[in-house]
Design a protein around this ligand. Structure first.
Ligand code: SF4
Length: 462
């Protein structure tokens, strides 16, 4: 999954921690304490009980007190001091512009497979931020490497019980992990896992597999070592995701990396599925899961939904197609016989997932009057023939859909867009796409929205 930090986020500089910026209010929940106190968007929260919060985590801790003294600046700069009493579990009902008020902690690694380094230059700045911030990992599930943590960070993780975190492992062998991340500090991982274990703190792990580097025996050892921390009532490692390396045409020459092909995918599937059986017996869980891409690249059917248990790594593309199909089953359980007026729509997806989604389209097309046209596309932008939906860019859509019969509307998966903004990974906007393809676009967020966009008359035909 593509995690893009906020564009307005400053970067945390090495050295002494800088004074956090004020927390800028962007929304006030109607009827909340914040609303009653007269908070408005643009207000700046400076301190809570005399302390400047460094991020949303601090803010939540500070606001869990029953008696609060807030220092707040109006948008015009006037400072107010507000005293209030509330229940400990009652929030203020305020939304803020950023999650981090003291800047983003970026990574200090140089992984040759880094996707951020494999982008063309000249795009929006936030695409080049190398998020390795444990606070965003705790808040939003982004992966971090643990290589940039200071003693104060470790102390804070323990003191505030920031668990679970999401850790990019790649290899447990110290020498191999240091080589993969090009950082000697990366070799400390096993000690760090023991640190989590000793404190009843937990992580989810991921392994990005580079064929010929950390697959085969290295992968077996990595997953076995991680499973060693998955025992007991409170396991330190909750799950492991195995994902294929993504390589683009912009990667630097001479990186010695090779893309995952069908044979490599089949070998990794065989190895991990065999380990899953072992883990099932010893841990009572499959514990390590392959992302959907492996099966699609190998030309193998996806495992059944139940194999993914409670989908601990769904956001990482592990079982996400099965989960989507399951949600579509529910959303299409009660299809109407016909829709009126009749309609022809297109649904654009990544080439890699097109075949897996065809049965869904066939089912929807049993509705009289509905014709949904699946438009699976490759990505010339990244130089990937087989691409997942979330990496398709605006230029891929322009190139792939130009001259095609798209019907009267294009359904666009929200996963292609920056969160909260109608802009693609190559900075093209949805409105530019609409103009150039001369077709209206509806952004669909999931199975229910997709089905509703196909069946509903409201909005689309108003
Ligand atoms: S940890 Fe590696 S892959 Fe992740 S941002 Fe840093 S260099 Fe890139």
């Amino acid at each position: 999954m593509w995690n893009e930090p906020s564009a307005a986020l400053a970067t945390a500089l090495p050295g002494p921690e800088r004074q956090p910026d004020p927390a800028v209010v962007v929304s006030v929940e109607p009827g909340s304490i914040g609303d009653e106190l007269g908070f408005q968007p643009g207000d700046k929260l400076i301190t809570v009980n005399g302390q400047r919060p460094r991020d949303l985590i601090d803010l939540q801790f500070l606001c869990s007190e029953e008696e609060l003294v807030l220092e707040v600046d109006d948008p015009d700069g006037t400072r107010h001091t507000i005293e209030l009493e509330k229940d400990a579990d009652e929030g203020l009902g305020l939304g803020f512009s950023e999650a981090l008020f003291d800047g983003l902690k970026q990574c200090n690694n140089h992984c040759p497979f880094c996707f951020i380094d494999q982008q063309p230059p000249g795009r929006r700045g936030s695409l080049y931020l190398k998020d390795d911030d444990y606070r965003l990992s705790f808040l939003y599930g982004s992966y971090l490497t643990l290589t940039n943590l200071t003693p104060a960070d470790w102390h804070r993780i323990e003191a505030q019980r920031l668990t679970p975190l999401y850790v990019s492992v790649h290899a447990t062998d110290a020498e191999l992990r240091s080589r993969l991340l090009v950082n000697p500090r990366a070799g400390l991982l096993m000690e760090q896992l023991a640190w989590f274990d000793a404190r009843d703190l937990q992580i989810h792990a991921q392994v990005v597999v580079c064929p010929g580097v950390n697959d085969g025996e290295a992968l077996e050892r990595t997953l076995g070592d991680l499973a060693g921390f998955a025992v007991g009532d409170w396991p330190a490692v909750l799950s492991a995701a195995v994902v294929p390396v993504g390589l683009t045409r912009f990667r630097p020459p001479g990186d010695a990396l090779v893309p995952v092909d069908r044979a490599a995918a089949q070998a990794v599937i065989a190895g991990v599925e065999s380990l899953q059986q072992r883990f099932q017996q010893s841990l009572g869980s499959r514990f390590a899961w392959l992302s959907d891409e492996w099966y699609l690249i190998a030309g193998r059917p996806l495992p059944p939904r139940d194999d993914y248990e409670d989908l601990p790594q769904q956001e990482n593309g592990v079982g996400s197609i099965r989960a989507f199909l399951e949600a579509l089953d529910q959303a299409t359980a009660d299809l109407p016989i016909r829709v009126n007026p009749p309609r022809r729509l297109s649904w654009v997806v990544g080439q890699l997932v097109g075949e897996a989604l065809t049965p869904v389209v066939d089912r929807l097309n049993t509705v009289d009057g509905l014709e949904l046209i699946l438009q699976p596309l490759p990505s010339p932008y990244w130089g990937q023939e087989q691409v997942v939906t979330g990496l398709l860019t605006g230029s891929d859509l322009l190139q792939g859909l130009a001259g095609r019969d798209l019907g009267e509307r294009l359904l666009l998966p929200a996963v292609m867009l920056k969160q909260g903004e109608p802009v693609f990974l190559d900075d093209l906007s949805v409105s530019e796409l609409e103009q150039q393809l001369a077709v209206p676009v509806s952004v669909v967020g999931g199975a229910e929205e997709l089905v509703a966009a196909c069946l509903s008359n409201s909005g689309m035909y108003a």
